[in-house]
Design a protein around this ligand. Structure first.
Ligand code: GLN
Length: 289
């Protein structure tokens, strides 16, 4: 049977609904758009356009994979984040809207044309770092990741966004090898899920996303214990930081940064009104009278 765009979308919605997936409407639209090489506007403006047999076969493949709980970002190999589109593979955490809270805070506080430097620890796909650099044309960035495969994805993204000239992407274990007081801003979305909780997550996350990017040890806080003092070490005096946290980690992570000497430590909430980002600053230099 030849399907048109509207029928394809309705059929896809029904299948994903029947499979019990959360968010079947958006997933169906994204998969139909990609399979049929159509835009969102085409589905509304040209609903009777027929899919080719190849497009129908592609859609069938996409829907079957989604029914088996493969994330849409892996099926399509990309994911929109903030204002950019990123290539995504199973080697990186799929960028999540919650993480945009970090970007929003940075853009509110950092001037547009100042030549400041930003370090992203555990850069993954580059979502945070590249979103910031895309909007701050004088800023320069360094992204560090322990995974060579993740760095390849980040490099690819930097190149396709035209940002490769302002970003360095290096393999490293957090801040090991970085000198002191180098950065105006440090951002990070470290792995923060407690080990025992991983098995309770949705199959899209548990079975398809890299454990390395998710698991934060027995209590989920393992990496912040290393990061809090290290972030304060690599920040310039007066420099600022913002790290993503799990919704129930506010008190513990704030305490770690205060113990490390951070000032103005505060927690920002995400669009779902959950605690999501701990931000603060390194003490500025005291001016001598
Ligand atoms: N927010 C992600 C999740 O709940 C976890 C991200 C992370 O560990 N940094 O799946």
């Amino acid at each position: 049977m030849t399907l048109n765009l509207l029928q394809a979308w309705q059929g896809a919605k029904k299948r994903l609904e029947t499979a019990g997936l959360a968010g079947p409407v958006i997933d169906a639209r994204l998969l139909v758009e990609a399979a049929a090489c159509a835009t969102r506007a085409d589905i509304v403006g040209d609903p009777y356009r027929a899919l080719t047999p190849e497009q129908e076969a592609t859609l069938e493949d996409y829907l079957t994979r989604r029914e088996h709980r493969e994330p849409v970002s892996h099926i399509l190999g990309r994911k929109g984040f903030w204002k950019i589109m990123l290539n995504v593979t199973p080697d990186v955490l799929t960028p999540r809207p919650d993480t945009e809270t970090v970007v929003e805070w940075v853009l509110r506080d950092f001037p547009e044309h100042a030549p400041w430097s930003v370090l992203d620890l555990g850069v993954g796909s580059g979502a945070i770092l590249l979103s910031i650099l895309a909007e701050r044309p004088a800023a320069k960035g360094l992204g560090v990741d322990v995974s060579e495969e993740a760095l390849a994805v980040a490099r690819d993204n930097a190149a396709s966004l035209g940002l490769a000239g302002r970003v360095a992407l290096l393999r490293g274990d957090w801040t090991a090898g970085l000198g002191e007081a180098g950065f105006d801003l440090v951002v990070s979305n470290p792995p923060y899920i407690a080990s025992a909780v991983i098995e309770t997550l949705e199959p899209e996350v548990k079975d398809h996303e890299p454990r390395l990017a998710l698991e934060g040890g027995p209590d989920g806080l393992m990496h912040y214990r290393v990061l809090a003092p290290e972030i304060l070490r690599v920040l310039k005096p007066g420099g600022r930081f913002a790290v993503e946290i799990g919704y129930d980690q506010k008190d513990a992570v704030e305490a770690l940064f205060r113990e490390a000497g951070a000032q103005g430590v505060q927690t920002l909430r995400d669009l779902g009104d959950r605690d999501r980002v701990v931000a603060g600053a390194k003490k500025p230099l005291e001016l001598q009278a």
